[in-house]
Write a protein that binds this ligand. Structure first.
Ligand SMILES: Nc1ncnc2c1ncn2[C@@H]1O[C@H](COP(=O)(O)OP(=O)(O)OP(=O)(O)O)[C@@H](O)[C@H]1O
Ligand SMILES: [Mg+2]
Length: 279
């Protein structure tokens, strides 16, 4: 994708440390020499965010403040990762607390959220609404205000870029799960958001498709939040957010957070209590 960020490049983020302030806000502090110039990447500010669904506290007093280019999100089944992705995209409202992504409240500013943030759902069945691939990809562009002809032209261009021009008139219902995932990703990419949130984007993809997507994502000039159960997917990511029971268990560099997470998961996996594993 050709889109470039308007913010100037000032620094690559170096290994980071997690600080819990007196107000319990997880803040990532850059340990490299910090300049006063704005950092590259998308700002993420969560202030005491709570979400209750059907009487259950799914997100609990989540506070964090960071600027991200590549953020991996890890955590056990049911820890709140997908729910957080929906909150950050503005698809659902918090029960209390404040969310700011790239300077906007994504739930209140729907136009801004549409422009800035693209979310790839964990389940493509929940995302696809149109009968054909071209219609599906064109829809997002029409929502951005593009005229029908221009939107179709741009959608075809994206299909071409992914080597899927022959999918233009394919019925989405006839595609496999992995192919549907790819359609959803192309629809998001077509909209050129500054931040893409990926909820298990590689689930169900074959090895070549996963490799191609990985290469594409590595080249993406915007920011990525990538939820995955496979740490290998997040290799090279500058920060990891570890969620546990809807709360921040850790936020820091990949090298700092991952060993702690894997050790904890190993211990839990070795325990006999399957009810605990079910979350
Ligand atoms: N619409 C809903 N109604 C009731 N409970 C919900 C709903 N959505 C999410 N939850 C609950 O919120 C918790 C977090 O769910 P979420 O899907 O965010 O977890 P996750 O970390 O993405 O899990 P996984 O790794 O399995 O995808 C779970 O306990 C889930 O049952
Ligand atoms: Mg999930």
């Amino acid at each position: 994708m050709n889109k470039t960020l308007t913010k100037p490049i000032t620094q690559e983020i170096e290994p980071t440390i997690l600080t819990r302030t007196s107000t319990n806000v997880a803040t990532v502090t850059n340990t490299s020499t910090v300049t006063n110039a704005p950092t590259l990447g998308c700002s993420l500010r969560l202030d005491d965010v709570c979400l209750e669904i059907e009487g259950k506290q799914v997100i609990n007093k989540l506070s964090l403040s960071t600027d991200i280019k590549r953020l991996g999100v890890i955590g056990r089944n049911g820890s709140g990762k997908s729910t957080l992705s929906r909150l950050l995209s503005g698809l659902i409202e918090t029960s209390s607390g404040r969310i700011e992504v790239a300077g906007i409240d994504p739930f209140k500013d729907r136009k801004g959220a549409l422009r800035e943030i693209g979310l790839l759902f964990q389940n493509p069945e929940h995302q696809i609404i149109f009968p054909t691939v071209l219609e599906e990809i064109t829809f997002g562009l029409r929502q951005l205000g593009q005229k029908k002809k221009a939107a179709e032209h741009n959608a075809l261009q994206v299909l071409n870029n992914f080597g899927k021009a022959h999918w233009e008139n394919v019925h989405t219902s006839t595609l496999s799960q992995g192919q549907k995932h790819l359609v959803c990703l192309m629809a998001i990419v077509a909209m050129k958001p500054n931040l893409i949130i990926l909820d298990e984007p590689f689930a169900g993809l074959d090895i070549p498709t996963k490799k191609q997507l990985r290469r594409y994502l590595d080249k993406f000039s915007g920011s990525l939040i990538h939820i995955s159960h496979d740490p290998e997917d997040l290799h090279g990511y500058e920060q990891l957010l570890w969620l546990e029971g809807g709360e921040v268990a850790a936020l820091g560099s990949y090298d700092e957070v991952l060993p702690r997470y894997l050790s904890e998961m190993d211990t839990l996996g070795d325990s006999d209590d399957i009810s605990d594993l079910a979350g």
